[in-house]
Design a protein around this ligand. Structure first.
Ligand SMILES: Nc1ncnc2c1ncn2[C@@H]1O[C@H](COP(=O)(O)OP(=O)(O)OP(=O)(O)O)[C@@H](O)[C@H]1O
Ligand SMILES: [Mg+2]
Length: 402
């Protein structure tokens, strides 16, 4: 190990490898992409890289572009001149400029708006940027470290590959805590040391309490472990933390969690609402597709009464359904948009029925379900179409169109 790591616990083999990479990349001044689930320590690692680099005397600025409203991203990143837009009463220096000679940490790049991606790429290519509303080309010498919790970022339809390649000259992957259980005890010890320094009476955890902690899988990773420990300290008045309290907290955590993987209540993991919603929707759709044999038509039949697939894809940040499927990287991709084999007549026509076609079919058959059968679409696809045409529903359509 090269020097001491400020508060970063790395006892497991996996974290030793992370440390090795930090030491390797820190002085090289290359851009680094950090991959890891929420709470694994991506920001901590990026601060370590900065602290060990030739830029350490300059600023480390962190910006989560995905958590900002779209309109704010660019003004936060690149700043603006006075009068650039309504409300710009004075000039503002953006994070990119603030990080001149230092490091800019871009958190959750997977959610960066597409326009910002284009702009950032151009700036990296040309080496100059402008504040919004500005006419002067400015230069800043910035090392960008970016992070994402999307392990499929390389296949994500909503992130530009050309930008990703620029940002990921070096890559550090932080494994989830459940894959490096050796780190749990030292993290607990380091937490308790800090707690006791700040709060006086020495808290300890006995082996029973510790064993309980090693039997949990931490979807919220180190942050979740810290939250659990903090609660245990607060809720257990005795000097030795009561294992029953630990047990109860762990049970509550589990109750918050859907599918046991990475959908956790916002409070548990510290995720924002937007990210929690995105993850929930993503997992929901995965489950739905998987339990529908990976077939969109089957999935749509079970879902579309409530919400259109277009809406879902937009919710997840994709421009279209096809993009979403690509972005979700579902294995059985080729069959996604085809109808099940039993309906061979009009394969995959759902998204292509025209209003005229629909009108003619309904008029001809006098029945929505027969029209759907003829056109080879599910009934709810007809409802969707009808609504798009401005009718409230089937009744309204019958009344006004037939
Ligand atoms: N190896 C570690 N040793 C000690 N503390 C750690 C370690 N890894 C993470 N932490 C602590 O866990 C918390 C979460 O870390 P951090 O914010 O860096 O995670 P993150 O991966 O950026 O999370 P998110 O994806 O939610 O933004 C912080 O309080 C951090 O100090
Ligand atoms: Mg973070």
């Amino acid at each position: 190990m090269n020097g001491s790591y400020s508060g970063m616990v790395a006892v497991s083999q996996a974290m030793a490898e992370v440390q090795r990479k930090i030491d390797l990349y820190a002085p090289l001044d290359t851009y680094v992409l950090i991959l890891g689930e929420t709470g694994t320590g991506k920001e901590l690692v990026s601060r370590e890289i900065h602290a060990r680099s030739g830029r350490k005397e300059y600023r480390f600025e962190a910006l989560n572009t995905g958590a900002l409203p779209r309109e704010l991203v660019e003004s936060e990143l690149f700043g603006y001149e006075q009068g650039a837009f309504t409300g710009a009463t004075s000039r503002k220096v953006g994070y990119y400029e603030l990080a001149d000679n230092g490091t800019l940490f871009l958190d959750e790049i997977g959610n960066m708006p597409p326009e910002t991606q284009v702009k950032l790429l151009r700036i990296l290519d040309e080496g100059v940027f402008r504040r919004i509303g500005g006419v002067i080309d400015r230069q800043a010498n910035v090392r960008i470290i970016s992070a994402t919790n999307n392990p499929d970022i390389y296949n994500a339809a909503n992130f530009r590959n050309d930008l990703l390649y620029r940002l990921s000259v070096a890559v550090i992957e932080i494994p989830p805590l459940r894959e490096r259980m050796d780190d749990i005890t030292p993290i607990v010890n380091s937490f308790l040391r800090r707690w006791n320094e700040r709060n006086g009476p020495e808290k300890t955890l006995n082996s029973h309490g510790l064993r309980l902690l090693t039997e949990y899988d931490y979807p919220g990773n180190v942050r979740e472990l810290q939250n659990i420990l903090e609660r245990a300290c607060v809720e257990s008045p005795e000097r030795t933390i009561n294992p029953e309290v630990v047990q109860r907290i762990l049970q509550e955590q589990k109750r918050h969690i859907t599918h046991g993987k990475d959908v956790t209540a916002a409070q548990v993991t510290g995720l924002g609402y937007t990210e929690s919603k995105r993850r929930f929707a993503l997992n929901y759709m995965r489950e739905l597709f998987e339990s529908s044999g990976g077939n969109l038509f089957v999935a749509a039949k079970r879902l579309m009464d409530k919400v259109s697939s277009e809406e879902i894809s937009r919710d997840l940040g994709y421009e279209s359904l096809e993009q979403m499927i690509g972005g979700m990287k579902i294995e059985y991709k080729p069959t996604m948009l085809a109808e099940p084999a039993t309906k061979t007549k009009h394969q995959g026509r759902r998204s292509r029925i025209t209003d005229d076609e629909l009108m003619r079919a309904i008029r001809q058959h006098g029945s929505f379900s027969k029209a759907a059968g003829e056109l080879g679409v599910v009934g709810s696809a007809i409802d969707y179409r009808i609504k798009k045409m401005g009718y409230k529903g089937r009744k309204d359509f019958r009344k006004r169109a037939l």
